[in-house]
Design a protein around this ligand. Structure first.
Ligand code: SF4
Length: 361
């Protein structure tokens, strides 16, 4: 470590996530440091360690790129803090301090390799990472509507469109917070809100509050809308090159209409948008993503999957927002004709469509 930088100062931000398979609701591979809980016979036996994920990139700069974390081994729960500290200090000691765009752990992992990371983690944490344990993810989505947890308490997954609590939903949430101080409010990595720790009586009373304000707690959004996510971009974020949060709801309206016209009703396509390539809404994991380039113009990415284990790829370097239907209709028509039984849009794009495209990023 260079003494110039002290013991704690990091080159740049550092993101940490935990997931419990089969849910990948934190998009674990997009984090610098990820812990994948391994549960056997209802007992946590340890974690698979994922390192070096991240979304941010810059238009036209191939030195910057989205990257999935590598799973580099397994360790037991008693070593959690030691392992976290080991990975954090690897970022501190090897992260690039000369170039802000290169100052993320993902580039350390990409350039120095998995073996380097395993050796450093072992040395710093005083452990020997075991081979990773098998696991499988099925979804990156939140559990919406009312559900009963293993503790016997209810929780409500409340869809928040583009992560913006407003209007009747805002008023109802405030009333719930005031009337039910023991209810926990948790913000999800999918921009939704979870109200936890509810008894049977709470559930009934909370439903009444939402109903009084006309807010649904069941079937809250169409399947495509519920899967969407947008970064704030304009006017909140000064880095936005194009609209995102304010654009996506209408964009999903248009895509749902288009999908219906080509025979894709009630089809989930994970759609995400960001106002710039920094990727705050994790667009590079989506089946269909819009990344802002200029007002009304977006780079379009296709081919992510439902489990959050595959990066998508650029399809169009730029499309005009107004030309969405013209651009997308032929792709959806082909998807309907060519998909395998049950095949998702992102999987078909990755398997067939993108491999035929000549793409200039
Ligand atoms: S992705 Fe969106 S929120 Fe993130 S920096 Fe870009 S415009 Fe801002």
């Amino acid at each position: 470590m260079d003494p110039l930088y002290g013991k704690t100062y990091l080159p740049r931000k550092f993101k940490i996530g935990f997931v419990i398979p089969p849910m990948n609701d934190m998009d674990i591979f997009t984090n610098c440091l990820g812990f994948i809980a391994i549960v056997e016979n209802d007992q946590l036996i340890g974690y698979n360690l994922a390192v070096g994920g991240g979304m941010g990139r810059s238009h036209g700069n191939v030195q910057t790129y989205p990257r999935l974390a590598d799973v580099i081994g397994f360790f037991t729960p008693d070593k959690l803090v030691d392992v976290a500290k080991a990975v954090l200090t690897i970022h501190r000691d090897f992260g690039d301090r000369t170039d802000r765009k290169h100052a993320r752990l993902k580039y350390v992992v990409a350039e120095r390799g998995v073996k380097f990371m395993q050796d450093e983690v072992n040395k710093r944490a005083g452990i020997t990472l075991a081979p990773m344990k098998p696991y499988q993810f099925t979804t990156t989505a939140d559990l919406l509507d009312w559900r009963k947890g293993v503790d016997g308490k209810w929780f409500l997954g409340l869809f928040v469109e583009t992560g913006r609590v407003k209007n009747a939903q805002k008023i109802a949430l405030r009333e719930v917070a005031e009337k039910f101080p023991h209810i926990e409010f948790r913000l999800s990595a999918n921009q939704n809100v979870i109200l936890a720790n509810a008894s049977d009586a709470d559930k009934t009373a909370i439903n009444a509050v939402f109903a009084a304000h006309g807010v649904k707690t069941e079937n809250q959004a169409s399947i495509m809308r519920a899967a969407g996510m947008a970064c704030p971009s304009l006017p909140t974020c000064g880095l936005g090159l194009a609209e995102s949060e304010r654009m996506l709801p209408a964009m999903i309206d248009r895509i749902e209409k288009l999908a219906g016209e080509v025979g894709l009703t009630n089809e989930e396509i994970i759609i995400r948008s960001t106002g710039c390539p920094n990727g705050c809404a994790r667009p590079y994991m989506a089946e269909l993503a819009f990344v802002g380039k200029a007002p009304g113009r977006y780079q379009v990415w296709l081919g992510g999957n439902a489990s959050g284990t595959r990066l998508n790829r650029v399809w169009k370097d730029v499309i005009k927002e107004a030309e969405l239907e013209t651009e997308l209709r032929p792709v959806l028509v082909r998807f309907v004709k060519e998909r395998n039984a049950g095949e998702r849009f992102g999987d078909w794009c990755d398997r067939v469509f993108l491999n035929e495209q000549k793409i200039n990023n």
